[in-house]
Design a protein around this ligand. Structure first.
Ligand code: ATP
Length: 348
């Protein structure tokens, strides 16, 4: 993986100036990637490992609530793309996600950009190192528009990291395929490789080993969201106090996905972490039960919560459920799954 990325940069650097200038001038200088959130249809905690991580079995599926990452070259696109100049690329980051979303180097979108920079020789390792830099240092702007709720069990940060990798790979013409991006993604977090692909996946181990599974759809959901986040480590800590590892298997969910049977899927939805989320957030269990009382096919906390997803028979039914139970949440959306993975658009 590393070799391939380095090779690409070397190939660029031996390219004749004329060829590279022409190729870079033709490429897009602005790329937008829409990336979906995920829901957990099944999550079983098997136990605690010696290193403090939990062993899990989980089934994740992308659902149609999206963040958008837009990346753009500033400062004259053909200049920005020249390999020699690109070495000094600066990064400018902004988002509209409010106080809960970091705006510094800890943001997963920025971490993804830095990782790709490092592996492709784009940007200086130390921004103060200006030896040989041109007068006007080129910059890449990364803008994040957030619709996926923060710290809500919907992998918003992981989705942003995946979208940033996909977008910058295109903008900077790094030439990595999705499998290579997934290898990089694994360095950023357990859910990031899944977010690079989207669809439906069975995750095992600490969540890092994923395999795509067959899923017919669409399935129609009501997604009940809270403005008040739950911290994933805190939920696992409480799980260790009040929960118990289980041997529950995901077979019923896998079978329902294979056949596209919404009723069977509703019955099979399961999350061992619910007990911890309910302990930390009084009122959440009643909200889930309200969905069931109103006729949802099933309802469950997604990931570490506090988002609750309720399965409906069809889109109309989902809207009715949203109307009936919506006032228990800060925000309610109707969405279908599985949603297509990161969607790339060249803007010019
Ligand atoms: P998961 O379902 O993978 O456990 P989550 O939905 O519970 O994730 P995120 O929305 O990814 O959680 O946010 C978890 C924390 O990550 C936030 O509290 C925030 O401090 C940090 N974070 C870093 N980058 C981002 C980002 N781009 N968007 C949201 N949060 C981010």
């Amino acid at each position: 993986m590393r070799e391939r990325a380095v090779l690409h940069v070397e190939r660029d650097s031996v390219e004749s100036d004329r060829t590279s200038q022409r190729r870079y001038a033709e490429a897009s200088a602005r790329v937008r990637v829409r990336v979906p959130a995920k829901v957990n249809l099944f999550l079983a905690v098997r136990g605690l490992r010696d290193d403090g991580y939990h062993e899990l079995v989980s089934i994740m599926q992308t659902v149609g609530i999206h963040d958008t990452v837009t990346v753009e070259l500033e400062g004259g696109e053909s200049t920005c793309r020249h390999p020699a100049v690109r070495r000094f690329m600066e990064l400018r980051f902004s988002h509209d996600g409010g106080d809960g979303v970091p705006d510094d180097e800890s943001n997963l979108a920025v971490r993804a950009a830095r990782l790709l920079m490092q592996r492709t020789g784009t940007g200086t390792a130390d921004p103060r190192d200006r030896d040989g830099a041109p007068d006007a240092v080129p910059a890449t702007r990364v803008e994040l528009a957030k619709r996926i709720p923060v710290a809500a069990g919907m992998a918003g940060g992981s989705a942003d990291a995946a979208a940033t990798l996909v977008a910058l790979n295109r903008l900077w013409e790094c030439g990595l395929d999705r499998d290579e991006l997934r290898v990089l993604a694994a360095e950023l977090g357990a859910d990031v490789p899944f977010c690079v692909t989207g669809g439906t996946a069975l995750a095992t181990g600490t969540g890092t080993a994923t395999a795509q599974v067959l899923a017919r759809g669409p399935f129609h959901w009501v997604v009940g969201m809270s403005d008040d986040p739950l911290s994933t480590p805190e939920v696992y800590r409480v799980f260790d106090e009040v929960g118990r590892p289980t041997e529950r298997e995901p077979d019923a969910v896998l079978q329902a996905l294979r056949t596209g049977d919404s009723e069977a899927l509703g019955d099979a939805l399961h999350n061992d972490l619910e007990v911890a989320a309910f302990t930390l957030r009084p009122g959440l269990e009643a909200a889930r039960d309200a969905f069931l009382a109103e006729g949802a096919l099933g309802a469950v906390v997604s990931g570490s919560g506090p988002t609750i997803v309720a399965l409906a028979e069809n889109e109309r039914h989902a809207r009715d459920l949203a109307d009936a139970v919506g006032d228990r949440f800060d925000r309610v959306e109707v969405a279908s799954s599985p949603a297509a993975g990161p969607d790339v658009a060249d803007l010019r």
